[in-house]
Design a protein around this ligand. Structure first.
Ligand code: UD2
Ligand code: MN
Length: 576
């Protein structure tokens, strides 16, 4: 078991020369700003704000902004561009999957609007006793302005007394702009240190390079395109001070990749889950958790984390086995770490008073093909027999070479971590655990229309229901051709969260997807007979594979039962 640390700390006095340094750097910061936007005009300190009562000074003060500064308060900006300028903007999106042309024109020191629960303003912190943190930011080929804005944002919102340093880990970026400017400009900022990987390490090992150099008692990881909300750091450190085995995430607010609008929201944060493809999902706080909270700004326990932004005691991080260094580039480490935290005795929490904005790119800016092997490593080490549910839904994963996980299994044994069933039952009881009975899951293939399978492709990842189920050539890759026939007689599409079930509305003959229900409604009930006939219970009609009514292709429809092969279906786990 992880014991509580006994900590004795002296109150920290003011640093000598700090004031002078601050003044100097405010100037340097302002200089950079003016270089970036050669605008004249009055300087505007932003909308009047009552200062946060009892909060400590940040490392750097925010310089005043020109009155006409773009996006200065987190509002959406849409530049009216033409010709060459428009082309440059499009090129920047092409390259970074973020509108960097716009980012380059938005202040590096902008103020985000207040988007936290107003109660967060009133919280008093025990500054003298809070642990100091090293903020670790790994980056690979990030655009200059988003990276720089991240760093300024940390320095301008983090209390000087709590920030040990900002460690930037350059994961072997090969873009020229970064090399010189990093050395000449970024590492000149106070408390900023730069580490360079000597080969592309991937985000796991890059973060670990930073962690191993860190001097702070707490590690706070951020992505390299973030902006911190006022007061984001204190709640994380306060919580770790109270409970060293708590790993604490800020609320992740969206910054729009195209307009740079800050879409923070002061309502109840969402927590993390996953679906059986091992894709991270967001969901609302379950009632059982809400009942445990003593106030709306109490920490919320979360089964998983998105991965990029969290704080953890350095000692506890090491005790838990930091990261799986066999993971490459991107993906999988977030669920692996989440499982490990819970199964090995820690807690994973989100703090409603800590908000950090993150630019979610238009699409992935670099190859993420290693994610599969990373997820397999997580499944192999932490999921016990439940890994089969994942492999059923993603047969490719079973074939993926994932390297050696012996050391990680040893770690699990050494720490005497609990099993995955405990995790599912205790930490994530909302997740439906599929039955996957042999012969009743996989591709649902038609006998008459040979080689065709039921196929459902929700147009939107976050909104699974409402569309028609179709037929396409069987591909054997699970995913959108994976269905499970349950003992409750539903045909579940349970690769996503929340899960969907096939339904037929009264009087209709098309099969569509709707959310599954606690008790199975009759129009979601199908009887799969021994001869393969699939009868819709409510209408007493049979599911038949036919040409689509309105256009090309094939789809299943309800028809009077005829005993034809097009009305016979069978499940196949994999291609022959
Ligand atoms: C999310 C997480 C991200 C990570 C990822 C799963 C958030 C907001 N983001 O995807 O932190 O957990 O899921 O792996 O929760 N990087 C490197 N070297 C690489 C690749 C990436 O240093 O080879 C850096 C990258 O520059 C960035 C960070 O790692 O600072 C995360 O990468 P991302 O922003 O592309 O991941 P994201 O936000 O899509
Ligand atoms: Mn990111």
């Amino acid at each position: 078991m992880w014991g509580r640390a006994v900590r004795r700390r002296c109150p920290r006095g003011l640093r000598r020369g700090r004031e002078a340094l601050l003044a100097l750097l405010a100037l340097a910061g302002l200089g950079a700003l003016l270089r970036a936007r050669s605008r004249s005009g009055t300087l505007d300190p932003g909308p009047p704000r009552t200062p946060l009562p009892g909060r400590h000074e940040p490392v750097l003060p925010r310089p005043p902004l020109p009155a006409d500064a773009l996006g200065a308060h987190g509002e959406a900006v849409r530049l009216q561009l033409q010709g060459e300028e428009l082309r440059l903007q499009e090129e920047s999106v092409q390259q970074h999957q973020i509108n960097i042309y716009l980012s380059d024109r938005i202040s590096l020191h902008r103020r985000l609007p207040e988007r936290w629960n107003p109660l967060c303003r009133e919280v008093k912190y025990d500054y003298d006793n809070l642990p100091k943190t090293s903020v670790v930011i790994a980056f690979y080929n990030e655009a200059w302005s988003t990276l720089l804005r991240t760093v300024y944002s940390v320095l301008e919102t983090s209390p000087d007394i709590l920030l040990e340093e900002v460690i930037l880990v350059d994961d072997y970026s090969d873009r020229e702009h970064l090399k010189e400017r990093l050395a000449n400009e970024l590492s000149q900022l106070p408390k900023v240190r730069l580490i360079r990987a000597s080969r592309r390490e991937g985000l796991v090992r890059a973060r670990l390079l930073g962690a191993s150099a860190a001097r702070g008692e707490v590690l706070t990881f951020l992505d390299c395109h973030c902006e911190c909300h006022e007061g984001w750091l204190e709640p994380l450190l306060q919580r770790i001070h109270e409970k060293e085995s708590a790993v604490v995430c800020p609320v992740i607010d969206v910054i729009d990749w195209n307009t740079f609008e800050y879409l923070g929201n002061s309502g109840e944060p969402q927590i993390g889950g996953f679906d059986w493809r091992l894709v991270f999902t967001w969901h609302v706080v379950p009632q059982r958790e809400r009942q445990l909270m003593r106030s709306p700004i109490d920490v919320i326990r979360s089964p998983t984390m998105a991965g990029g932004l969290f704080a953890v005691s350095k000692r506890y991080f090491d005790y838990l086995g930091s990261y799986d260094t066999g993971m490459e580039v991107w993906g999988g480490e977030n669920l692996e770490f989440s499982f490990r935290i819970w199964q090995c005795g820690g807690t994973l929490e989100t703090h409603p008073c800590s908000h950090v904005g993150h630019v979610f790119p238009k699409q992935a800016p670099y190859s993420r093909s290693k994610a599969l092997a990373n997820s397999v490593r997580a499944a192999e080490v932490w999921m016990d027999e439940f890994k089969e549910l994942y492999y059923h839904r993603n047969p490719q994963a079973r074939l993926e070479p994932f390297g050696d996980v012996t050391e990680r299994k040893k770690l699990r044994a050494k720490l005497q971590c609990k099993d995955f069933k405990w995790f599912l039952d205790t930490v994530y009881p909302e997740l439906h655990v599929p039955e996957d009975r042999p012969g009743f899951f996989g591709m649902l293939q038609n006998r008459g229309l040979r080689g065709y399978c039921l196929d459902y492709n929700p147009p939107n990842e976050n909104h699974v229901e409402g569309h028609q189920v179709l037929l396409y050539l069987c591909h054997g890759m699970g995913q959108n051709q994976f269905f499970e026939y349950t003992t409750r007689k539903e045909i579940r599409y349970n690769t996503r969260q929340p899960e969907a079930c096939i339904t037929v509305e009264d009087g209709k003959d098309t099969l569509v997807m709707d959310l599954c229900r606690e008790t199975v409604p009759e129009n979601q009930e199908f009887i799969l007979q021994e001869d393969g006939t699939l009868v819709h219970k409510h209408s007493r009609k049979c599911v038949e594979a036919t040409e689509k009514v309105s256009d090309d292709g094939f789809a299943p429809y309800l028809r009077d039962c005829t005993n034809s092969d097009n009305q016979r279906w069978f499940f196949k786990e994999r291609m022959a």
